[in-house]
Design a protein around this ligand. Structure first.
Ligand SMILES: Cc1cc2nc3c(=O)[nH]c(=O)nc-3n(C[C@H](O)[C@H](O)[C@H](O)COP(=O)(O)OP(=O)(O)OC[C@H]3O[C@@H](n4cnc5c(N)ncnc54)[C@H](O)[C@@H]3O)c2cc1C
Length: 667
């Protein structure tokens, strides 16, 4: 039976692709930083499978101090303190370290990203001069102590207090009860000597919201400082090499000058001053300066995903199961459609997110690397993009690494094949540096308020009526290539059913339309709620929360596709561009296929066109099958870093079996 639905003949990807050219495109502007890591991080830095928690902590602590200086985890610091003033390099360094050992990457991230980053961003010259050189050199190890047992997502509600006493010119840092204990804190259980501690500032009997202090927690011999209680967070699901711990403070005296006072100062007599009057707004501005941590965690999750996919694709290229009557050898796993369905759409999403991450790194590098005051709108956009991509990349990692584990069968479950540690170590990435669900609410909030100033905690979005009134037409914030996207969208030939589903402009307009429609619907529901539940602002938002989260996901899908399209446009090698273009088709059509219920419900696709998309996805899988190996080789993960026994052994095993089958013993 023929159908009137047009399914374009896929553009060919038959030209041979030079992997070196693909790698160059993926390595991007910080290729040198990537190469230094590939060159310097030898076998010594690889994970050790099966070690105890204590062994892992000991090893990772040692390796942290042995990381070659030229790598770049501390590259973001000013040159006068031993850094390179290169923010982008430090994010890329996290991605590279994540492919070697995730515990080492997280430990380094706590030291130079969270701890050092907070001293740099929230402190002033005297803190920098006193401590940054030692922090950059790894001689002063520290913690970032924000989360409490009672509050992790809603950190504006921290219960630790820090009360100024003008008589002694010191602060009194205190943990009032068990729920105010600092919890999960990286570097606290074993190695940290100082911590950036977040607490409620009180002076002259008045609270001024959450601020941060630099507090010694251990003396030179490693013993807790007076009044500081240090505990261990205990065994964890993964990241065995990171010493997560607990901190409590019993009226600890903290000198006045240890307040990290870039955003709020306390004079000797206790007078408080800040350039930002509103407590809530000040706190979110402080958090905004720490956005790089989120960008690094998203990038590290993506890097681990690339390792898992490389292992699964390469295993699927040598592993055989089941024969066919017309062939003398059993079938390679990668030749099964079901296997391609697992691996290739995940690979396409990984590529799409790679370009979105690259764009984000360029923005964070520009915004944080500049001495100019940051435009507030741009800063909000950066925070929203960082939150959304962190959620997308870490969820994608969790799903994809599990899928790769399954794609390698029983072998995928053995520690020696790397996948179990990739899975266990990245699991918590969906939670730390901001829980993903809470981050998506941040993204949605930005969309709903059109990036208007509306700070506040996300606990039910108390000021719902305010938001509902402020909502206006969605501002289509675009990725770097605004003009290109608009050109492609406006060049869509014809309408609806007539347009080929491989038309890039059509794909872009479909993503855009879905986001807009979902946002309009959420706005309508919020307005209705605001008119009928005026006295129950919590309910107004809570009743729409699922819808609002879907808006945020659709937004991230769109900006990811736009970044991929822009990345292809910037690719000069025609064969690489053609391959990426087909991978982009697979990404776009897989997303549409995954949401086809929505598209059908809303009359955006006819049933025939929805079926045609599924058929086209299958034909794309067939077309991209010969390129699977090229696509993972483009990630350029050094062979040793994969640290995976099946990759070394399976090909030999299959060859031996084939040789044996050709010469049966009874001949
Ligand atoms: C291994 C590890 C290392 C860490 N390292 C550090 C560190 O070095 N320093 C530091 O300060 N912290 C650290 N953390 C803490 C981490 O940042 C918090 O765990 C995280 O922010 C989540 O907070 P929570 O655990 O209190 O979860 P909760 O906030 O209690 O969230 C629990 C669940 O409730 C949901 N939820 C919460 N609020 C809402 C809402 N408004 N609407 C809908 N659902 C909601 C969340 O989606 C989640 O599913 C670490 C945590 C771990 C596990």
């Amino acid at each position: 039976m023929t159908t009137s639905v047009e399914v374009a003949v896929p553009r060919s990807v038959s030209d041979p692709v030079d992997v070196a050219h693909l790698r160059k495109v993926l390595d991007g502007p910080w290729a040198e930083v990537r190469d230094v890591h590939r060159d310097k991080l030898d076998d010594r830095f690889l994970p050790v499978y099966g070690e105890s928690g204590d062994q892992a902590r000991e090893r990772i602590s040692r390796l942290l101090t042995e990381l070659p200086v030229e790598l770049g985890m501390a590259a973001s610091f000013p040159t006068e303190y031993g850094g390179r003033a290169d923010v982008g390099a430090s994010v890329v360094a996290s991605e590279m370290l994540a492919q070697v050992d995730l515990s080492l990457m997280v430990k380094a991230g706590v030291q130079w990203g969270l701890f050092g980053g907070a001293v740099l961003a929230l402190g002033t010259r005297r803190h920098h001069d006193a401590h940054l050189r030692d922090i950059v050199a790894g001689e002063l190890l520290g913690c970032f102590a924000m989360t409490e047992t009672g509050h992790g997502s809603d950190v504006q509600q921290l219960r630790t207090t820090c009360t100024y006493d003008p008589e002694t010119q010191t602060f009194d840092l205190h943990t009032p009860h068990q729920a105010a204990r600092k919890d999960y804190i990286g570097n606290a259980a074993r190695d940290g000597r100082m911590a950036v501690v977040f607490a409620q500032l009180v002076t002259g009997g008045q609270r001024h919201g959450v601020h941060a202090w630099l507090v010694p927690i251990r003396d030179a011999d490693g013993n807790p400082m007076p009044g500081v209680t240090i505990g261990d967070a205990g065994p964890k699901a993964g990241l065995l090499g990171v010493d997560n711990g607990r901190l409590s403070f019993d009226h600890v005296r903290v000198p006045r000058d240890m307040l990290l006072d870039r955003y709020g100062q306390v004079a000797a007599d206790g007078t408080y001053a800040s350039p930002i009057a509103d407590d809530s707004r000040r706190f979110f501005t402080m958090l905004g300066t720490l956005v790089r941590g989120r960008v690094s965690v998203g990038g590290a999750a993506a890097a681990a995903t690339k390792s898992a996919l490389t292992i699964a694709v390469r295993y699927g290229d040598v592993r055989r199961q089941f024969g066919t009557p017309d062939a003398d050898r059993e079938v390679l796993l990668n030749d099964y459609l079901a296997h391609q369905r697992k691996l290739l759409p995940a690979l396409a999403t990984t590529y799409a997110l790679h370009f979105a991450q690259a764009e984000l790194v360029a923005v964070v590098h520009e915004v944080q690397g500049s001495d100019e005051p940051v435009d507030e709108h741009r800063q909000r956009e950066l925070e929203s993009r960082a939150a959304g991509l962190k959620a997308a990349q870490t969820w994608h990692a969790t799903r994809t690494i599990q899928m790769c584990r399954e794609a390698c069968g029983g072998a995928g479950y053995l520690a020696e094949n790397r996948l179990p540690s990739l899975k266990a170590d990245t699991d918590v990435f969906t939670t730390f540096e901001g829980d993903n669900t809470v981050l998506l609410q941040l993204v949605a909030k930005g969309l709903l308020t059109g990036y208007k100033d509306e700070f506040g905690s996300l606990d039910g979005w108390g000021r719902a009526s305010f938001v509902a009134e402020q909502v206006r037409e969605m501002v289509l914030e675009r990725t770097a290539a605004r003009a290109l996207i608009e050109r492609l969208v406006s060049a869509v030939p014809g309408r609806g059913e007539e347009v080929a589903v491989t038309d890039r402009g059509w794909q872009l307009s479909v993503f855009e339309d879905r986001e807009k429609h979902l946002l309009d619907g959420a706005v309508r529901r919020l307005r209705n709620g605001a008119s009928t539940k005026r006295d129950r602002p919590f309910d107004i938002f809570n009743d729409v929360q699922d819808h609002v989260l879907t808006v945020a996901s659709a937004h991230i899908d769109r900006v990811t596709l736009e970044a991929f399209v822009a990345g292809i446009e910037a690719t000069s090698d025609p064969a690489v561009a053609a391959l990426l273009s087909r991978v982009c088709d697979l990404y776009a059509l897989s997303v549409i296929e995954a949401h086809k219920g929505w598209f059908l419900e809303h009359g955006r696709l006819t049933p025939a066109r929805a079926k045609a998309i599924t058929a086209l996805v299958n034909s794309l899988l067939k077309e991209l099958r010969p390129q699977m190996r090229t696509l993972v080789d483009g990630f350029a993960i050094p062979e040793a870093w994969l640290h995976c026994a099946i990759l070394r052994e399976e090909a030999d095993r299959q060859e031996a079996m084939a040789a044996h089958d050709q010469f049966p013993t009874d001949r």
